[in-house]
Ligand binder design. Structure first.
Ligand SMILES: *Cc1c(COP(=O)(O)O)cnc(C)c1O
Length: 468
């Protein structure tokens, strides 16, 4: 969360109330003008409080038009009913809510099967608040295993984790919080994600693992997980170093199993020791759920596991949080049950079809060059063609906002800082009808943008909306 500061100025900032906010008595809503930055002295009628909060939130924008986020913005009303029924259940109270705990357990076993764990009953896993927490847990397990193997040298030796420079910020957080050196493989030319050989070269006796990303957030491309494992196999033959791989499948682990069945990226690769996904991305659940799985209990050191009461016995847990809502886990189980493999395949294929068709149409406009085409994650990135000089991607992002679209523009990292792109994340609920409206709005802007004297967005940081 942003580290907010308290209000510095004297407290003159107050909500304004309207006489109609009072429920029975029209003027009762007017007696109070509650302060905004200090706890009001007295209570308000619920209708007034609701209206004040509701009105302020109107300016939040429409999440469905947010093409920057990977997070689910539409679910069926039935899922909403279940979530409302479970909003009072605390996920950690396994003893009090044993059926919720059971649904979580079933989700883990469905994922172990989906990701081809050699023995799904031996795989272990848990729900989390999202992939970030799942990655922290997976990273901790890697670090602890390395520390156990190197008890003679650690503390002392400095552990490192190898990854592409395109990793999501959670891996930089992990390395910072847990004091692990982040060794990043830079981008090179038209390679916008990790190179297996370059990753293997960065490994040494202090490497706790290598992260492969199924679905880079920068451009939606899949990292070559099987090639990465093969490069690490060769490293082991040469040097004896046996480096485990964690697959950050925040998005792709819920896409590839359904529509890229031939792609081998999961527990079928013996070197893959753990996998995470965001249930709230292509797992199709509203924000607040992720999953982390380990191939077997051996990959997750027992000393990291805490136990809570469960039906007279105890249940092992692995989490950073203690209390957490149960609703999202229940909604995940609902989604699994509701869609099944066939349903997931249909939904993800439709989303990919929308992404590919839209990428094609952006390409046809002539002003843009595609970086990716939506054929891996249903996500594509594009930049302006070399001959376009009167405007840039930041202008496009800023102008599309006038139509309500959140279309992020951002600059690539190290070695390709010359490249700035726009990115479209297609999700279930971004239909081909909405894609038509998007392309109409974009096409209508182009004549104006072409008439600009030069790119006009000075504050590129402000134009660069959130893009992870
Ligand atoms: C979104 C994402 C994350 C972080 O996931 P949250 O669920 O938002 O915490 C980590 N890695 C990748 C590759 C992502 O796409």
């Amino acid at each position: 969360m942003p580290l907010h500061q308290g209000q510095q100025k004297p407290d003159t900032d107050r909500h304004s109330v309207n006489p109609f906010y009072g429920e029975a008595n029209p003027v009762s809503g007017m007696v109070e003008a509650p302060p905004k930055h200090r706890l009001p002295d007295g209570p308000l009628p619920p209708t007034t409080a609701l209206q004040l909060v509701h009105d302020e939130l109107m300016l939040d924008g429409n999440s469905r038009l947010n093409l920057a986020t990977f997070v689910t913005t539409w679910m069926e009303p039935q899922a909403g009913i279940l979530m409302a029924e479970c909003r009072d259940k605390n996920m950690i109270d396994k003893d009090e809510y044993p059926r919720t705990a059971e649904l979580e357990r079933r989700c883990v076993s469905m994922l172990a099967d989906l990701w081809n764990a050699p023995d799904p009953s031996a795989a272990v896993g848990c729900s989390t608040t999202g992939s970030s927490e799942a990655c922290m847990l997976a990273g901790m397990a890697l670090k602890r295993r390395w520390a156990q193997r190197n008890a003679d040298r650690y503390p002392g030796a400095r552990p490192n984790l190898v990854m592409g420079v395109n990793v999501q910020v959670c891996w930089e957080k992990f390395c910072n919080f847990w004091e692990v050196e982040a060794r990043q493989v830079p981008m090179e030319g038209d390679r916008f994600h990790l190179d297996p050989e370059a990753a293997a070269e960065l490994c040494d006796e202090n490497t706790i693992g290598v992260v492969g990303i199924l679905g880079s957030t920068f451009d939606g491309s899949y990292e070559p997980i099987a090639d990465l494992c093969a490069a690490l196999d060769r490293l082991q033959e040469r040097t004896g170093l046996d480096i485990p791989v964690h697959v950050d499948g925040a998005s792709g682990a819920m896409v590839a199993p359904f529509i890229d069945e031939d792609l081998v990226w999961d527990f079928r690769l013996p070197r893959v020791s753990s996998i995470n996904t965001s249930g709230h991305k292509y797992g199709l659940v509203y924000p607040g759920v992720g999953w982390a799985l380990w191939r077997t209990a051996e990959e997750l050191p027992e000393e990291l596991v805490f136990r809570v009461n469960y039906l007279g016995g105890d249940m092992p847990t692995f989490a950073l949080n203690f209390s957490r809502p149960g609703a999202q886990v229940v909604a995940q189980y609902y989604t699994f049950l509701r869609l099944g493999r066939e349903g997931f395949r249909a939904v993800q294929q439709t989303t990919r079809d929308v992404a590919r068709a839209l990428a094609e149409r952006v390409d046809c406009l002539g002003d843009f060059r595609l970086i990716t085409r939506g054929d891996e994650l249903p996500v594509f990135a594009f930049t302006t063609a070399p001959e376009v000089t009167t405007y840039d991607v930041f202008d496009v992002s800023r102008r599309m906002r006038e139509n309500g679209w959140l279309l992020p523009a951002y600059t690539f990292p190290e070695n390709r800082q010359d490249l700035s792109v726009l990115r479209v994340v297609c999700r279930n609920g971004f239909s081909s009808d909405l894609a038509d409206l998007f392309i109409e709005d974009l096409s209508r802007l182009l004549p104006e943008l072409r008439r600009q004297p030069h790119p006009l967005t000075h504050d590129k940081e402000a134009a660069t909306s959130f893009h992870h």
